[in-house]
Design a protein around this ligand. Structure first.
Ligand code: BMA
Length: 354
C-alpha cells in the first residue's frame, strides 16, 4: 500500500490555546505508584469535571530499555485512577486506583477466565441518559478488545455491557440515542486485509441496548485526512452543535526515517488531533472537516522527554456555557494536557467540505 505524503512540519490551529498550567496532571500528582499519567477520559458529573486517567506503573526507564532489548519480561503495569476538578485544570486525585481496572478484577467482572486480561487502558467517559459509561481498551491473551461499561457516579462500580471481538479499540459513545439507536465510534485493526500494514480508520456501530452492536459503517478514512498516512481513531465523545456532531479524532503519520524518540529505541509515528462534524441524524456521514491539524505536537511536554514523543492523544472534550471548548489530551504518553478554543472558531475550522 502506498504511503501518502504528509508535510514534515505540522502546526496547531491558531485558535488553540494551551493552558498555562500544562501539564495539568502527571505522575507527581498521584498518591499511588505511578510513572506515566495520560489518555484520560473526562466528563461533567454532579456539577464538576471528573477524569478517569491511565496510570502506567511498575517500571523505570532502565527496566523499560532492558525489556525493549529482549533482556526481561515486559514490565509495564496499568491501572486507572480518578480525579475531580472544578475547572478542568486543577485536579484532586482520589487516593486509590479503580479496583475494577486491575486485570484480574476486570476478568472476573467480564466473566473471563483468570489470567485472560492483561491490561485495561485508554478510558473514555460519556454520560448516556444521565448515567456514566466508559469505553476501554482491553488487552487479552487472545486479542485486543473494546469494552463498553456502565458505571455508578463514583465511577468505581462497573457492569461490563459488551466486549468486542479482536482487534478493536478507541471506542467512544454518543451521549444520546439517534434514530432510536445508541451509537459508538470505534477503530478496528484490519491487518490481513490491508496488506499487513497499519491503515486503520474510524468506524461507527449502532445498538438497541448498549450490549448488542452492529449496522456498522465506515466514517472517516486515512486518505481523506491530509495529515495522516498511517491510521486514525476516535478521540473524545462527540458533542451536538447547531451544525451537527462535533468530534475530534487522532491522526497518525509515520516516517520511517524518524529514529530514537522519548524512551523508545525507535519511534517513527507522530500523533496529531483533527476535528470534523458528523451529520446530526446519520453520524456515519462526515459533513465537514478541517484539512489541517487542530493540535500538533509543539510544546516541550509534547515533543521532548516523553515516553513516546510527538503524541497528541485527545480523550475528552467539553463545551462550557459561553462557548469555551476544553480539550484534554495525553501528551507524549506521559502527562495530561489541556487546550482551549472558542466553539465558533472550532466550527469555522471545519468549513471546508469533507
Ligand atoms: C496507541 C495507543 C495509545 C498511545 C498511542 C501512542 O496505539 O497505544 O495508548 O497513546 O498509541 O503511543
Amino acid at each position: 500500500m502506498e504511503r501518502l505524503a504528509v508535510p514534515a512540519r505540522l502546526s496547531s490551529a491558531r485558535c488553540i490555546v494551551r493552558h498555562p498550567a500544562n501539564p495539568v496532571l502527571s505522575s507527581r500528582d498521584v498518591p499511588f505508584p505511578s510513572v506515566n499519567v495520560y489518555n484520560a477520559g473526562v466528563a461533567r458529573l454532579g456539577g464538576r469535571y471528573v477524569t478517569v486517567f491511565r496510570n502506567d506503573h511498575g517500571f523505570d526507564r532502565q527496566a523499560f530499555e532492558e525489556a525493549c532489548a529482549g533482556r526481561r519480561e515486559w514490565p509495564v503495569q496499568i491501572n486507572l485512577g480518578i480525579a475531580r476538578s472544578d475547572d478542568g485544570a486543577r485536579w484532586e486525585v482520589e487516593p486509590t486506583p479503580i479496583a475494577a481496572s486491575e486485570p484480574a478484577e476486570f476478568a472476573r467482572l467480564a466473566g473471563l477466565p483468570a489470567g485472560e486480561v492483561l491490561r485495561v487502558y485508554d478510558p473514555r467517559i460519556t454520560v448516556v441518559e444521565g448515567r456514566p459509561h466508559l469505553c476501554l481498551a482491553v488487552d487479552t491473551r487472545h486479542g485486543l478488545r473494546g469494552a463498553v461499561v456502565a458505571a455508578d457516579d463514583s465511577l468505581r462500580q462497573w457492569t461490563v455491557l459488551d466486549l468486542t471481538v479482536p482487534d478493536n479499540r478507541n471506542m467512544v459513545l454518543f451521549p444520546s440515542r439517534i434514530g432510536g439507536a445508541y451509537l459508538r465510534l470505534e477503530r478496528p485493526f484490519p491487518v490481513y486485509s490491508r496488506g499487513g500494514q497499519d491503515r486503520f480508520e474510524m468506524w461507527l456501530s449502532r445498538s438497541p441496548d448498549l450490549r448488542h452492536w452492529g449496522r456498522s459503517a465506515l466514517v472517516l478514512a486515512v486518505e481523506q485526512v491530509p495529515f495522516a498516512n498511517d491510521k486514525l481513531g476516535p478521540a473524545a465523545p462527540p458533542v451536538l452543535t447547531e451544525r451537527g456532531w462535533l468530534t475530534v479524532f487522532h491522526a497518525v503519520d509515520r516516517d520511517d526515517t524518524r529514529g530514537k524518540n522519548g524512551w523508545e529505541p525507535r519511534w517513527t509515528k507522530r500523533y496529531t488531533a483533527g476535528v470534523c462534524l458528523l451529520d446530526r441524524d446519520d453520524p456515519s456521514r462526515v459533513v465537514a472537516m478541517s484539512k489541517a491539524p487542530l493540535i500538533a505536537p509543539e510544546a516541550p511536554y509534547e515533543t521532548v522527554d516523553g515516553y513516546r514523543d510527538n503524541v497528541i492523544f485527545p480523550c475528552g472534550l467539553a463545551v462550557e456555557d459561553g462557548g469555551l471548548v476544553k480539550i484534554w489530551y495525553g501528551a507524549s504518553d506521559h502527562v495530561l494536557a489541556l487546550a482551549t478554543c472558542r466553539l465558533d472558531e472550532l466550527l469555522a475550522l471545519c468549513d471546508s467540505p469533507a
